[in-house]
Design a protein around this ligand. Structure first.
Ligand code: ATP
Ligand code: MG
Length: 587
């Protein structure tokens, strides 16, 4: 007998026995007769295991207990039932003849080939009476010894004590690589802990020096953490420290430094801004043409995007708008032009320059401190020549945009520019046979890619860019992580492209639940377990808040069968960092 086997047998024998395999059982779902000694334990969610023999080798099967039922067949008899109704209880039936049955869904099987544990399958149903034990950290460590340095922990098995072993493989080939990029989705209601989870997963990938991470951060939340502005409440994870400990170069750029570099963006932003509003041109076709014509004419007189902010450029633009021939392009009738001209003549040019022209054209200005164009940013991200590839965070928060013209639509347009940049650079790299090994994280994805066609033409184009990026860039080595409050509103095709899912609290109702069901498939017990998640904010105090997630996909050595796994995320950064040896000094 190998040493491992002795060891694991010992470990199993000292772990708690909770029941035996009962009937009926199949290779996909096992019934569990729960021992009298375990009936008053909370068993739902527990990770359990049993040993069985297959092809002459010892095997170990692991799975979560998804349901516990009580049965008392005597009390199901109508006579007994009516007795119980009259007397409250029936001795010696009530309480005495109860049986507790559990359901266990096996998610992983390991075979012991004498030297090590190898993944295997449940190809037979073990005899009834086979003992079922609770899994412990020690048992899991031993079974997964082969993968020890790949494993990453985000928390404990839902409703249980062992840590749930997960793995996040980089997209490249070589050690710890998946050999291809894949997309990840994190879903859950507001406050369910998605962003915190995403930051933890970011660190899992940041362990790989040759993997780059690109974060599109609409709320500025990641940026704050990466800058080391640790909040006092919630989950005070110091991303900055941990990333520097991992030797990751961090590049943070906010809208203050990001140089927009496309004329069509200029005309789109001009269109959205109050500039034409103040000139009495309402939103619509006329204003669209006016912004486009203006951009075109400015280019024709050799004004560059980066010089737009100068007074001269403004004067030029103003002049162009005063030109009758130009006006004819956006206002067909003399009457409209006359109306426009009255406002135009009376307008205070200084005010237009300072209040409307300036904040827009700043976005295109190159001589700001730390300025970087979108194209350069992509180059830095995708530079495979670097031994250590960076974490790039783009802070698109309103907070950072003071003095610039900024709103949700402009933010969406800038995100579109980033998406197009990513797709374009990825295609370029592909032509040169380079595989990008990059994860792109996009928070608040539901705002950008709703399922219904968006009325606003510009937002619609953002949605299409996103779809296009998701569809095409995977083969170039670009994987995406979407974080979204809703499942039903994210475009179906995007959902269809995701390989790994995390579902937090809050999708148990209505259309959300329907969408969840579609993804999880037939397993009703998994859905029931998911429905048992509580709103973290309903906890009595902050310390007892629980952030639970269901995960599906090839994210754990405990789920090669693709069955959902359930976890409770660590609720302090210390615990998380310690579990993954990320504390400074390895404490
Ligand atoms: N595992 C955790 N342990 C302790 N606190 C947490 C945990 N996860 C989240 N929190 C806290 O709960 C609050 C909400 O978390 P988070 O911002 O991650 O939610 P969210 O799902 O991203 O919400 P939204 O959709 O509104 O962005 C934050 O204050 C956060 O610090
Ligand atoms: Mg969030």
């Amino acid at each position: 007998m190998s040493e491992e086997r002795t060891n694991i047998e010992q470990l199993i024998s000292t772990s708690e026995r909770i029941g035996t395999i009962g009937s009926p059982s199949s290779t996909s779902k096992l019934s569990l007769d729960i021992l009298g000694t375990a009936v008053d334990k909370k068993l739902v969610g527990e990770l359990a295991l049993f040993r069985f023999s297959q092809d002459g080798k010892p095997h170990y099967a692991l799975g979560q207990i998804t349901e516990v039922q009580l049965k008392n067949i005597w009390l199901e008899d109508p006579t007994m039932r009516s007795l119980a109704r009259q007397r409250g209880q029936v001795n010696p039936v009530s309480g005495q003849q109860d049986t507790h049955l559990g359901d266990m869904t096996v998610s992983a099987v390991f075979s012991d080939d004498g030297h090590r544990f190898e993944p295997s399958i449940l190809g037979t149903v073990p005899a009834t009476g086979t003992s079922i034990h609770l899994a412990t950290d020690e048992i899991l460590d031993r079974l997964l010894e082969l993968y020890r340095d790949e494993i990453f922990y985000l928390g404990h098995v839902y409703g249980s004590t062992p840590k749930l072993p997960l793995w996040f493989k980089h997209f490249g080939t070589g050690p710890h690589g998946a050999g291809e990029a894949y997309h990840i989705g994190i879903f859950g209601k507001t406050g369910s802990g998605k962003s915190v989870l995403a930051k933890m997963i970011l660190l899992a990938y940041a362990r790989y020096p040759d993997m780059a991470i690109f974060v599109i951060d609409p709320q500025g939340e990641f940026s704050k953490d990466v800058r080391g502005e640790v909040r006092a409440e919630g989950f005070p994870l110091n991303l900055s420290n941990t990333l520097s400990q991992l030797n990751k170069e961090v590049i943070i750029r906010s809208v203050r430094e990001l140089v927009l570099d496309r004329w069509d963006l200029f005309s789109e932003i001009l269109y959205e801004s109050p500039f034409f509003e103040r000139l009495s041109v309402p939103k619509g076709e006329n204003r669209r043409i006016a912004s486009e014509v203006l951009a075109e004419k400015l280019q024709r007189v050799h004004i560059t995007l980066q010089n737009l902010y100068q007074r001269e450029s403004f004067n030029r633009a103003w002049q162009i708008l005063g030109d009758g021939n130009v006006q004819m392009q956006f206002y067909r009738t003399q009457q409209s032009r006359d109306r426009f001209n009255i406002v135009y003549q009376e307008a205070n040019q200084n005010e237009f320059f300072n209040n409307y022209w300036g904040p827009i054209t700043e976005l295109f200005r190159k001589d700001r401190t730390g300025a970087i164009s979108v194209d350069n940013l992509m180059q830095q991200t995708f530079d495979l020549g670097r031994a250590r590839r960076p974490v790039v965070v783009i802070d698109l928060s309103r907070e950072m945009a003071a003095g610039l013209f900024w709103n949700d639509t402009i933010q969406a347009l800038v995100i579109k520019r980033l998406l197009d940049g990513l797709t374009y650079s990825a295609e370029g790299a592909y032509r040169e046979n380079r595989f990008l090994n990059t994860l792109v994280i996009l928070d608040e994805a539901h705002r950008l890619a709703p399922r219904e066609k968006i009325e606003n033409e510009k937002q619609e184009s953002v949605r299409l860019s996103l779809l296009d990026a998701v569809r095409t860039t995977r083969k170039y080595g670009l994987g995406w992580m979407f974080i979204s409050q809703t499942l039903s509103s994210l475009h179906r095709e995007i959902i269809g492209q995701l390989r790994i899912f995390f579902f937090g609290f809050g999708l148990a109702l209505g259309t959300e639940f329907m969408s969840l069901k579609e993804i999880v498939g037939g397993d009703p017990n998994a859905l029931k377990l998911y429905q048992s998640f509580r709103d973290p904010h309903s906890a009595f105090d902050i310390a007892s808040r629980q952030y639970a997630f269901m995960t599906i996909g090839p994210v754990s050595p405990l789920s090669f069968a693709g069955t959902p796994l359930f976890l409770t995320v660590y609720n302090t950064p210390q615990e998380f960092l310690r579990a993954n040896q990320l504390l400074r000094g390895g404490k």
